[in-house]
Design a protein. Sequence first.
Length: 194
Amino acid sequence: MIFRASFLFILLFLSLIVPERFAVAADRYKIDPEHTYSTFEYNHWGLSLQRGRFDRNSGSIEIDFDNRSGSILIEIDAASISTGSSVFDSALRSSRFFDTGTYPKIVFKSTNIVFGEDKKPIALEGELTIKNISRNIRVELSQFNCRFMPLYFKNACGANGSAKILRSDFDLGRFTPFVSDEVSLSFSVEAIKE
């Protein structure tokens, strides 16, 4: 009876310990704001493609290549918008567009990372939130690489991606159709392992 009770106790103990011991945790990386920025591009009156960027970005990447899982969070400081024109930047920060005093952050949070055959991420599916309005988008990745970085003496990951959205979906549709409703979003991100 004592042997049986001891055996059951050992089995219970192993069932609690073994999965935790052998579980593979996702690696966590903190976004490097010095090497991360987001850009946008739109058609202006059919004359030219105009571009701008957001200079202050933060967030994190969690990635588990073996299990093809993870998550990505990017937070953009909406007031860091930069078009090369201080007058236009002020207009975009105003309540007519981004209303950065009320809605200081633009957030992308992934709900799924799509992996290719080589175990590298090829797309992100998730929720983009602008002015407290959330829409599901898909970000296509043109590259996603990780390596040891001698500069930091740590591993780092970097990616480039793009997506298309409609300004009107986020209460930003002013001057449509003269200024295109469709906007191309792109980002360059690097993140350092924590």
